[in-house]
Each structure stands twice: as structure tokens, then as C-alpha cells.
Ligand binder design. Structure first.
Ligand SMILES: Nc1ncnc2c1ncn2[C@@H]1O[C@H](COP(=O)(O)OP(=O)(O)OP(=O)(O)O)[C@@H](O)[C@H]1O
Ligand SMILES: [Mg+2]
Length: 297
């Protein structure tokens, strides 16, 4: 049994439940934790990284309960927090050497490991430059490198693509895809395309709850036959949004081409189209929102 999350809830004083009855088993490979802002992604990740304790429920790593034996997972864990900060005066090399020492890695082994990691994240050439001059993408790659120092079996990365340009985003996605293999990698994001191509599994989270979990194909199957395309006049777009569940809207001259999720054909001339993961995300999150309106939290 790898990493098992059972009925986990987290209540913050004054906020209520940020995470509720969350149950999920993480398998080796890349799992995308996909959800909007405030869904509870970082809360879940901080619980898995043993930085926060759940209010209820439990997490076990190979059978060991994290509440009693946090070190069981800590020893094999790599974590990149959402608010990862670096020391601007240090170079990437110095920073990684400093962290390796702080983690108690043997100095000689650390030297080899750091050289490998800098190569892996494509920072060998920049290794001696101060981090203060790095781009956002370069900093995130340093963040990935530090999370990999101990060759972790579980890698948790919290919104690593936030603020990156498209090229860096793709680069980071591919890197994380390559890193998964027989490691458990959990990647959080609110951007569907971050996980569309590389994630073996996707867990949809909304309002602290697990909305759906499965392979991308399984999630697509859940909205098959419920996605439609139709055009409306641009001035009717707001009405259309009130009336239907509208996903993507593409401007076409004075018309707007809409993707609508509906169980029945929304208008006689609507065309049934193959769902995208973006459609599945919108549909499943909205299903959940309607189902749980007024419920805890
Ligand atoms: N320490 C805290 N004290 C009180 N409320 C908190 C705390 N941390 C998070 N929250 C609240 O819990 C909810 C979930 O927050 P969390 O950071 O886990 O979401 P998230 O999915 O990571 O969001 P984002 O995409 O913005 O990073 C939010 O409403 C947030 O305001
Ligand atoms: Mg977050």
C-alpha cells in the first residue's frame, strides 16, 4: 500500500473546513491535483508533507500512520512549496549545497548528486550565477532540484508552473513527467493543460472535496455525449452564460462559438462534440457545486 489518504479533513480556525472527507490512494506515476484557487490543494499537500496535521482522518505511507510515524514518509519525501523562496545572493550551486548539508547528506555524495540534478534541470551553465538574477522558470527548476536531493520516492510539487511563460511551462511539465516513473509525483495546478498530456491520473478537487479521480480518459468518458457547440450573437453571451453551462467561448466575427455542457441538446442546431479535459473539469466541478450547495464547509 503506497500513500493512502483516508477521510482527511482540515478545519482552520475562523475558516471552517478547507478539506473535507478526502479519500485517495496515490500510486506511482504522475497524479495531477487539479482545482480552482482556494480548493484546498496546498492544504492537502502540506498535510502529506507532514507540515500540517489533519483535523480528522489519516494518511498512511506503506502502512505507517503519519500522525505517529511522520519520519517514515519524511525520509523519502521531496516537496516544493507553492511559496518557494530562494536566497538571492547565493548561486544555485551554493543554495543546493547549503540545503544538502541541512538535510544531512554526506558532502561528497551531495556534490555528485547536485551536479546530476543541475544537469537534469538544465541549470549547469547558470549554476554559479546568483539566484536573484534567475527567471521564474529557472527558480522553479532550482526548486525541483532541491526537492530531488534525497532521490525521493514521493515528490510533491505545489503549483510549480504558476507565473511561467508557455515555454518554461512545457519544459517543467515534461521534466515532471520524466521524473515520475516508479516515483509517486503529485502536482497541483488550476490549469488543465498542465496535467492533460503528462498525468497518469487526475484528482479533481473543489471546495475541499475530491470531485473525481481517474485517468484522463476516464474523466473524459464521464462527460461524453454532454458537450455541445453552438453559436450565439456576441451581445447575447452574458445571457447564454446565465442560461447554460458555458465553457470555452471563441469569438467568430459578430458571433461567439460556445462549448456548452448539458445532458440534453441545448438548442436544436447545437452540434455534439468530443469532450476535452477542460470540458470535463468544468462539468464535474459544476456538478459537484450544485450537488453540495449549502453543505459543509
Ligand atoms: N493557515 C490558514 N488559516 C486559515 N485559512 C486557511 C489557511 N490556509 C488556507 N486557508 C484557507 O483554506 C482554503 C484552502 O486553501 P488552500 O491554500 O489549501 O487552497 P489552494 O487550492 O492551494 O488554493 P490556490 O490555488 O490559491 O493555491 C482557502 O479558503 C484558504 O483561504
Ligand atoms: Mg495553493
Amino acid at each position: 500500500m503506497p500513500l493512502v489518504i483516508e477521510g482527511v479533513g482540515k478545519r482552520y480556525p475562523g475558516r471552517g473546513w478547507a478539506l473535507s472527507q478526502f479519500t485517495l490512494t496515490l500510486e506511482p506515476g504522475l497524479t495531477g491535483l487539479l482545482g480552482p484557487n482556494g480548493a484546498g490543494k496546498s492544504t492537502l499537500m502540506r498535510i502529506l508533507a507532514t507540515l500540517t496535521r489533519p483535523t480528522e482522518g489519516r494518511v498512511t505511507w506503506e502502512g505507517a500512520d503519519l500522525a505517529k510515524q511522520p519520519d517514515a514518509l519524511r525520509d523519502v519525501l521531496g516537496y516544493l512549496p507553492q511559496d518557494f523562496g530562494v536566497y538571492p545572493q547565493l548561486s544555485a550551486l551554493e543554495f543546493l549545497e547549503y540545503l544538502a548539508a541541512a538535510k544531512g547528506l554526506d558532502a561528497r555524495a551531495a556534490k555528485t548528486r547536485i551536479a546530476e540534478l543541475l544537469e537534469l534541470v538544465n541549470l549547469t551553465e547558470a549554476a554559479h550565477r546568483p539566484l536573484g538574477g534567475y527567471s521564474g522558470g529557472m527558480r522553479q527548476r532550482v526548486g525541483i532540484a532541491q526537492a530531488l536531493l534525497n532521490d525521493p520516492r514521493v515528490l510533491i510539487v505545489d503549483e510549480p508552473t504558476a507565473g511561467l511563460d508557455p515555454e518554461e511551462r512545457v519544459r517543467l511539465r515534461n521534466l515532471l513527467g520524466e521524473l515520475s516513473g516508479d516515483r509517486i509525483v503529485l502536482l497541483s495546478t488550476h490549469i488543465v493543460s498542465d496535467v492533460e498530456a503528462t498525468a497518469a491520473h487526475i484528482a479533481l478537487i473543489h471546495d475541499g472535496r475530491l470531485v473525481a479521480h481517474g485517468t484522463p480518459d476516464e474523466l473524459l468518458a464521464r462527460v461524453e455525449g454532454r458537450v455541445w457547440e453552438l453559436a450565439v450573437r456576441a451581445e447575447h453571451l452574458d445571457d447564454a452564460r446565465r442560461f447554460w453551462r458555458v465553457g470555452a467561448a471563441l469569438r467568430r466575427g459578430s458571433d461567439v462559438l460556445l462549448r456548452v455542457v448539458a445532458d440534453e441538446i441545448p438548442r436544436p442546431d447545437a452540434k455534439s462534440v468530443a469532450p476535452t479535459l477542460e470540458d470535463a473539469y468544468l462539468a464535474l466541478v459544476r456538478d459537484e457545486r450544485e450537488e453540495h450547495a449549502g453543505a459543509r464547509p
